[in-house]
Design a protein around this ligand. Structure first.
Ligand code: FES
Length: 197
C-alpha cells in the first residue's frame, strides 16, 4: 500500500489539492451572481465580453484592449440587454486572445473577429482554469496552458491539444465584430470542461 512518502502518491495528493483549490476559488466568485436570472446560462449570440479579473473586472472588452500575439485575457459573457454578467457558472468563463489572422487555420478563422479568438477557460482534463500563455513544449509559438497537469492548447488550431493529458480540445466561443465592438456570434462549439459524452 502506498504511503505519503511515496513520490507517486505524493504527486497525486498535490494534484488533487491543486484541482480542488482551483474549483473552490472559482465557485466562490460565481456564487455571488448565482441569483441573477440568466447568469448561469451559456453565452448567447449578441452577448458582449467583460473582463473577469484585475482592475478592469466588469468592463466591456474592446478590440483595442487586446494586444496582438497575447497574452490572453479572461472574460465573462454579458447580456447587453439585461446587463447580467453570466458568471453564475464557472463553465461560462473564457480566455480571449488576439492573433494574426493569417496564423489561424480554416476551422478557426470563421470563428474569429479580426484575429480575436475565444475558448472556454475550463480545462477539458480535470476542470482547472487555464491560466498560462507560454512557449509550447512542442513548438515555437505561445500556447494556452493549464498548469494543473501541463496540458497545452493551440488557439490558432481550434485549441487542439498539443501537449499533456487533456483528452480533447477546448470548446470555442465564436466571435464577431459589430460596429467595431466585439460580440459573441454563437454559443460554445464543443464540450466545456469535463462534460461527458
Ligand atoms: S486540469 Fe489537468 S491539465 Fe488541466
Amino acid at each position: 500500500m502506498p504511503s505519503c512518502s511515496d513520490p507517486t502518491r505524493r504527486k497525486l495528493i498535490l494534484t488533487a489539492l491543486a484541482t480542488g483549490a482551483c474549483i473552490a476559488s472559482s465557485r466562490s466568485a460565481a456564487a455571488a451572481d448565482e441569483d441573477q436570472p440568466g447568469s448561469d446560462e451559456r453565452p448567447q449570440k449578441g452577448d458582449v465580453l467583460v473582463f473577469s479579473e484585475k482592475d478592469h473586472a466588469g468592463e466591456v472588452i474592446e478590440p483595442q484592449d487586446l494586444k496582438l500575439g497575447g497574452p490572453p485575457v479572461r472574460a465573462w459573457p454579458k447580456d447587453p440587454k439585461t446587463s447580467v454578467v453570466r458568471k453564475g457558472s464557472r463553465l461560462n468563463e473564457v480566455v480571449v486572445v488576439r492573433l494574426d489572422p493569417a496564423e489561424l487555420d480554416e476551422e478557426t478563422r470563421p470563428r474569429s473577429a479580426d484575429g480575436i479568438v475565444a475558448y472556454s477557460a475550463i480545462c477539458s482534463h480535470a476542470g482547472c482554469p487555464i491560466t498560462a500563455w507560454v512557449k509550447g513544449a512542442t513548438g515555437d509559438k505561445d500556447v494556452l496552458k493549464c498548469v494543473c497537469h501541463n496540458s497545452e492548447f493551440d488557439p490558432r488550431h481550434s485549441a487542439q491539444v498539443v501537449f499533456g493529458p487533456a483528452p480533447r480540445r477546448q470548446a470555442a466561443l465564436p466571435l464577431a465584430m459589430a460596429d467595431g465592438s466585439l460580440t459573441v456570434a454563437a454559443t460554445f462549439v464543443g464540450k466545456v470542461g469535463q462534460q461527458a459524452g
